[in-house]
Write a protein of this length. Structure first.
Length: 263
């Protein structure tokens, strides 16, 4: 039954069945299709018991060993604290999960665990996040990683992930530094999402530029929409400066207009 599925869909199917206890490929595939292969949405609807597809099946709530979760957390603590990971602990955790410590998954995992700040993963957040995912061993987490990748690769999942990153990465600051923002956009492959990404970065890096000195939440969250708005645009001459865009985009458009005119 599942032979015609993509590799990504097969991974999602395996995860959904292992968590819910659903044995039938046919019924699980039908359910996942209904929720566009978004495993988190599908699990949510499965456990709230409101979807008629599985009315005859009693949902098997994820059973986790909280002590095991705490043991995982404590393994990556250093001598200075037992309730929060330092950078070294986080890096070792990612290495043990066999993921690229400089890759996007180091942001996607905190996203799924609902970690509030890049300043460190706190024990209470880690434990509650792991419980919510139904994970209490590193092996289970490794199996779950393809599902995380599937989610952030989907349009709706990416939008949620993207908006999360700002609050996570800014820590205690109000805004994100220009350099940090550009680094994150590069990690998120914005050169494939924004035709003028290179120009945008040049604009932000101008030594005496009139642009923003840091990236606000509004600018960050609206960049995807702005990128879509100007996609395929050869000229910015028809830009509506009275539209309700963040100020930074208006200044960028002015910069591009001057650049296209040769001055």
């Amino acid at each position: 039954m599942s032979s015609y599925l993509t590799k990504r869909q097969k991974n999602t199917l395996t995860n959904f069945k292992s968590i819910t206890g659903v044995e039938s490929d046919k019924e699980a595939i039908k359910f996942l299709r209904k929720y566009k292969w978004n495993v988190d949405n599908a699990l949510g609807r499965f456990y709230d018991g409101e979807d008629s597809i599985f009315t005859s099946i009693k949902p098997k709530l994820p059973v986790v060993n909280k002590s095991k979760i705490k043991e995982i957390f404590e393994k990556y603590c250093d001598d200075s604290t037992d309730d929060k990971w330092t950078d070294d602990g986080m890096i070792q955790f990612f290495e043990d999960l066999e993921i690229d410590t400089e890759g996007l998954m180091t942001l996607a995992i905190p996203f799924k665990l609902k970690i509030s700040s890049i300043d460190g993963i706190e024990k209470s957040e880690f434990v509650s996040g792991m419980e919510a995912l139904g994970i209490d061993t590193m092996d289970k987490f490794r199996v779950y990683i393809p599902t995380i990748q599937n989610e952030i690769d989907s349009p709706s999942g990416f939008n949620s992930f993207y908006n999360y990153i700002f609050n996570y990465a800014k820590g205690r600051s109000k805004n994100l530094a220009i350099g940090t923002s550009i680094f994150l956009w590069e990690q998120l492959n914005f050169e494939e999402r924004f035709n003028y990404f290179s120009d945008w970065c040049d604009f932000l890096n101008l030594p005496d530029g009139d642009g923003p000195k840091a990236i606000s939440k509004d600018t960050w969250s609206q960049l995807l929409n702005f990128a879509s708005e100007v996609s395929g645009t050869d000229s910015f001459e028809n830009w509506d400066e009275n539209a309700e865009w963040p100020w930074a985009f208006d200044v960028f458009v002015e910069y591009m207009q001057k650049k296209q005119r040769g001055y």
